[in-house]
Design a protein around this ligand. Structure first.
Ligand code: SF4
Length: 248
């Protein structure tokens, strides 16, 4: 436990631990998880600004030393996370892929190139932790499934670490929920039946959240099939621009 945390944050942390160690918690849907616990997950947001920014380093050191689910990681733990207390934009994605795992740099792949294009930011801005925090649902590469796709983020990771990390990000004004795992975890019952419906109703989650599909090449057909997504990108760019305009 970190001494800067409030009792409220500690309470949430304990409840999130319960969720993480509940075998039913596999990011599947609200009906899989005890409703009270999921409510607590959502209230992580309300605990921000309770701790001091300068005390973030010990937590990041602890995250980078984490081996909580090492037995499930075929290439071993290599947590990839970017955070500073001054960031005004938070990106919550899924989990590192192979190239991100190799380099230790978040979104350092074709998906990252597309995401930067969506945001209209270059690499210098994207990797400026004082402007943009990058906190995936799983910090380590989870390996591939039987069909060759990346496995889901490890279910232990976000419940274990997000409740500790997000209170340090008290200046965040907009959180991008990239992909279904982040949307289910943070929107809970506010999310729609499908990712498409959730993204289509992006205005419902303003001003704190903006749900996006994963920018993987696998979703190119989805983007073509949903031309209204260009409106989402226009709104996204309008909202991101002032948040990353300069470091504070
Ligand atoms: S995925 Fe998360 S919980 Fe698992 S070892 Fe990496 S940092 Fe720890």
């Amino acid at each position: 436990m970190f001494p800067v945390q409030t009792n409220r944050t500690q309470y949430i942390e304990n409840r999130l631990y319960d969720v993480a160690h509940n075998p039913a918690n596999q990011y599947c849907s609200d009906r899989c998880v005890n409703g009270e616990s999921r409510k607590d997950v959502a209230t992580v947001e309300s605990t921000r600004v309770t701790v001091k920014t300068e005390e973030l380093d010990p937590l990041l050191t602890s995250i980078r030393a984490c081996r909580l689910c090492a037995d499930h990681l075929p290439f071993g733990p290599r947590p990839v996370v970017q955070a500073l207390g001054s960031a005004r934009l938070l990106i919550i994605g899924q989990a590192p892929g192979t190239r991100v795992h190799e380099t230790g740099i978040p979104w350092n792949d074709a998906s990252g190139d597309r995401l930067r294009d969506w945001l209209q930011v270059d690499r210098d801005v994207f990797y400026d932790a004082s402007r943009i925090a990058i906190v995936p649902m799983g910090f380590c590469y989870p390996g591939v499934d039987v069909r060759g796709g990346d496995k889901p983020p490890r279910p232990e990771c976000a419940p274990e670490w997000h409740a500790q990390l997000l209170p340090y990000l008290g200046k965040v004004e907009l959180t991008l929920l990239v992909g279904g795992y982040a949307q289910k975890f943070y929107l809970r019952r506010r999310g729609q039946r499908t990712l498409t419906e959730t993204v289509h109703r992006w205005r419902d989650y303003a001003p704190e959240y903006l749900p996006l599909p994963h920018p993987s090449w696998r979703n190119t057909a989805w983007i073509r099939k949903n031309p209204w997504f260009s409106d989402v990108l226009c709104d996204l760019r309008d909202r991101v621009r002032p948040l990353v305009a300069d470091a504070r």
